[in-house]
Design a protein around this ligand. Sequence first.
Ligand code: FAD
Length: 450
Amino acid sequence: MNKFDVVVIGAGPGGYECASLLAKQGKNVAIVEKNENQIGGTCLNEGCVPAKHYLESATYIAKQSYMQSCGVNTENLSLDINTLKNKKNELIEQLRAGINTKLKKAKVTTIFGTASFESQNSIKVGDETISSDKFVIASGSVHRPHPLLEVDGKQIISSKEVFELQKIPNSVLVVGGGAIGCEFATFFNSIGVEVDIAEFTSQIVPAEDVDVAKGLKRELEKRGISISVDTNVTEFVKNSDSVEITMQTKKGEVKKNYELVLVSIGRAPNTSELNLENADIKSDRDFVLTNENLQTNNPNIYAIGDVITTPALAHSAYNEASVVANNIVNDSTCKALTVIPFVTFCQPQVASVGKNEKMLKAEGIEYTAIKHFYKSSAKAKIKGDDSGFIKLLCDKQNGVILGGTMIGNDTTEHIHQILIAINARLTKDELANMVFAHPTLSESLWEMVK
Ligand code: FAD
């Protein structure tokens, strides 16, 4: 029987980061990954990396008319989806090799197979029993199934199958207007596909403030995406080359045919094969429950990443991985950081950090909101997209920056300026007393507080 100091279950961003940090600090660590081709988890193989690669490529096409207006000859500009797929696979291979090297260098033992708890201090992987003093559950998440639209991988797909498409469809219905739905809507729209979004709640990007969601809806609609909120898919009929969808909207029933239906109504924690009950680990709607220092009800078993209720983002998983590694090595009780940027890579991009207006109101904190539109930014105009705005939320008493949202060009990069300001407890006046370079998108943040 194999025995380790720590066994990490799942080799996504949470798992591989945690395992290598622990091993670097002298622990005898094993990482168990159920799928040999899945080192890097959802993020590398079917999430952040391929999605952003597809989106980046689509932006070259989306810029076509602006480029033409600047005199750039864009004749014959087109996207070959099979070449894009091959390039994406190449990119994933390179990054996966980097993760394998990181694990090897740290002397982590990698075991392939599905882990399931046998007891509080042992798991089963195939026929093998592996025991350990501590465990870290980092088994991530899977596609959340729609109550009606079952994924068949051909006409009805999840985000995972987008990366396997061999042909660009004529029309797509995106069911779910969250971050993933909006990103793929942008991708398909940019490459000339007719795209509709059907969102069940009253706004797309439901976690954002109402004005942000409305601003994004307006911009996506300007680009030709049709968006219906408060909408529920109630029926579907598959034909040979399309799916007929019936939707219940505020205005009544709507029927429409789509070549492809993409279901993106969120992610569900991946605990189905873990046999949590054998280790008496508590969960709620499949989320593993932890305390603030990320221990489950069993103090020797930790959980991180998408499998717990914290934001389902790769950088949140990385942070939790380092907190847990530190807690295990130093027998401490540190908490994960809570100032986490939320990023949606649609066009225009949406990024927010710290408190939003909904949170400040709920917490009874008095604040001032300042808004600045990119329309007045020289750099935004030079880049051919002056859509969107920055909203900064400051403490009403002392001007300390509490949160912010950016919608527009490259805001998934620029949001880190507000992240740093919040962590440094900067006031808006202190920000106004700095010099920002011109012409940049960054100077808009200074413009709005000066
Ligand atoms: P995962 O990455 O899900 O890894 C879990 C691993 O555990 C998997 O490899 C799985 O095979 C393995 N596993 C599961 N059960 C077992 C078991 N019983 N035994 C052994 N192994 C097991 N996040 C961002 O921050 N930015 C983005 O831009 C972004 N874009 C995204 C786009 C899409 C389309 C999707 C789907 C997600 C995106 N995410 C993004 C979310 C991000 O991918 C996740 O937050 C991140 O991957 C979570 O990491 P994790 O380590 O918790 O789990």
